[in-house]
Design a binder for this molecule. Sequence first.
Ligand code: HEM
Length: 361
Amino acid sequence: MDRAAMRRNRRIVAIWLFTVAAMILVMIILGGVTRLTGSGLSIMEWAPVSGALPPMSDAEWHHLFDLYKQIPQYSLVNEGFGLAGFKHIFWLEWIHRLWGRLIGLAFLVPLVWLGLTGRIERRLVPRLVLLFVLGGLQGAVGWFMVASGFLPDTTSVSAYRLVAHLVLALALYAAILWTALSLLRPASRRVVVPLAPRLLAASCAIMVALTIVAGGFMAGLHAGLTYNTFPLMDGQLVPDGWARLQPVLRNLTENVTAVQFDHRLLATATLILVTLMAALGPRIGLPRSISIALAVAVGCQYALGVTTLLLVVPVPVAAMHQAGAVILLTTVLVAWHRLLHGRLPKRPCAKGSRAAAPKPA
Ligand code: HEM
């Protein structure tokens, strides 16, 4: 295959993968709204194929509503809200699941077609098949999470399972995005990027990931409903009761005070690191546009987090905060990828760093 055809095929595969990544972004926002509106437990059946159709008759609606009446969330939170109230929470969860099925199709059909027509490089096929399998697993993890909300005296899902569902979604998103970026801008062995920028970019990605995991526990424990002041918590910088659970590690995931404190601390460290990377951007070889995107994404995400907290988690702001996390992750990954795969800075950033010119395309 000539180079032009290879480049064209790579572009086609990249566009397909960017589309799937965009669909996952929408899915994550939908998932957030589903959780925030208390809709996630409304469908008691796990029917990956037949569940693609909504209830078509009164009898089917009543059957589903009767199932919902059996779970504690109905008697403890929604008792007496009637079929109209049930329909209200049903639709969001149904759309969330339908969108998941559509993502599966949007991945599988082009995978088969592009694979059979030889547009996907052979070395990529196992990775793409693995991503598809992980996508299917994400559906199962979603059901595993939902099932934890049906237990006696429970009105919401397990925080651990919620975090697992969020993290797997973001890991899939990141892997698909990285694969697509690498198709457009393959790595050149002749580009030697100095260690410091690589470490900075990796640290930013790790901090964003840790802040997101802590955010998942914020959501899972409804920790945003307490300590609605900023920057102090209950009048203090470090709140009392930070380490009240034993063994002490449990505080990281089960103590509302510690979970919120950790999320603030990690978010602040992320703000500092990503802002530093944005400020150094032009000197370490990042285009201005990416540096600006980094600064805007981290600044807005931090401000959205504070607003979510001060306004006690209103659905639209909290959903924007969730979307903002994915956008921040995207900008950090794009910057990191650009550093590893991009052109070299005109002036080397560290004295003595070896940097060869990239291979001409
Ligand atoms: C770099 C900055 C930040 C990132 C990447 C981030 C990320 C996240 C994520 C992923 C969630 C979970 C959303 C969900 O699962 O629905 C979350 C929840 C939350 N975050 Fe942040 N966050 C950041 C900064 C902040 C800051 C500075 C605050 C406030 C001081 C904050 C307050 C909250 C609150 C109150 C929630 C719970 C919202 C809910 O229940 O839906 N965040 N955050």
